[in-house]
Design a protein around this ligand. Sequence first.
Ligand SMILES: NC(=O)c1ccc[n+]([C@@H]2O[C@H](COP(=O)([O-])OP(=O)(O)OC[C@H]3O[C@@H](n4cnc5c(N)ncnc54)[C@H](O)[C@@H]3O)[C@@H](O)[C@H]2O)c1
Length: 255
Amino acid sequence: MSAPSTQSPSSHTGRVAVVTGAAGGFGHAIAGELARRGADIIAVDLDPADRTVEAVAETGRRAVQFQADLSDPEQVAALAPELLGFAGRVDILVNNAGVFPFRNVFELDFAQWKRTQEINIDSQFLMAKAVMGSMRDNGWGRIVNLASNSLGLAVPDMVHYMASKGAVVGFTRALASDLAPYGITVNAISPTASRTPGGRQFIGDDMLRTVADMQSIKRVGTAEDIVGLACFLSSDDCAFITGQTIVADGGLVRL
Ligand SMILES: NC(=O)c1ccc[n+]([C@@H]2O[C@H](COP(=O)([O-])OP(=O)(O)OC[C@H]3O[C@@H](n4cnc5c(N)ncnc54)[C@H](O)[C@@H]3O)[C@@H](O)[C@H]2O)c1
């Protein structure tokens, strides 16, 4: 059972949140908790996000889902009016969709390198561009980008992934400066290797256990371990914090 939240159950009431990668581990958990705290949810993923839409409906909040490849500028351009059409505005964007395949650098080809950048960082830029005009018009917005604690570790076979997540941190810092005048904060979360569908697929149970043993808190991370931070970074409480990347990893990486 998860610990009681320190934020009010109504901290996000009336907010409209877009969560990308909403069919996966972190996205599903973040969308569900934002809804429990009062937000309506726009779930976006390559895959169907029925499970997430159903979880949101159980909270009594509204939810809609869209399937799109968020690395494709044309698909995001077609999606943008749909996102704004759901409730007339977007208040929160959680840029969570991503992939993390391991590949030795001698085997990694340019197409694989490029594809990882397209999915992990181009999608964050495209989605921010799609919704930040609405946030500016309303004088309030929250953008939360998913980075990774691996940036602070010596992880082999991840040059394409680490480069993309390093770009997420730089993007977060720079976008925060441009959007601050409009009441929009931009921050990033760096989770540890976690037991999500993607974590199982790309990292595997043995490596998840090995990483957990290196953490101060020696249990494998779960999606629930970052939802509280995602909710904080997308709340009114985060009005004076921007451009930051916050590590939520059981105490493995120290900045
Ligand atoms: N799980 C971990 O160990 C871990 C650790 C650090 C950071 N992260 C980051 O957290 C984020 C979410 O990871 P997760 O563990 O929930 O993974 P996941 O695989 O469970 O979920 C990711 C979701 O993103 C979607 N997606 C992938 N490419 C897409 C695209 N082009 N367009 C639209 N949707 C797309 C997938 O369909 C999937 O549903 C990723 O950005 C990942 O890099 C994960």
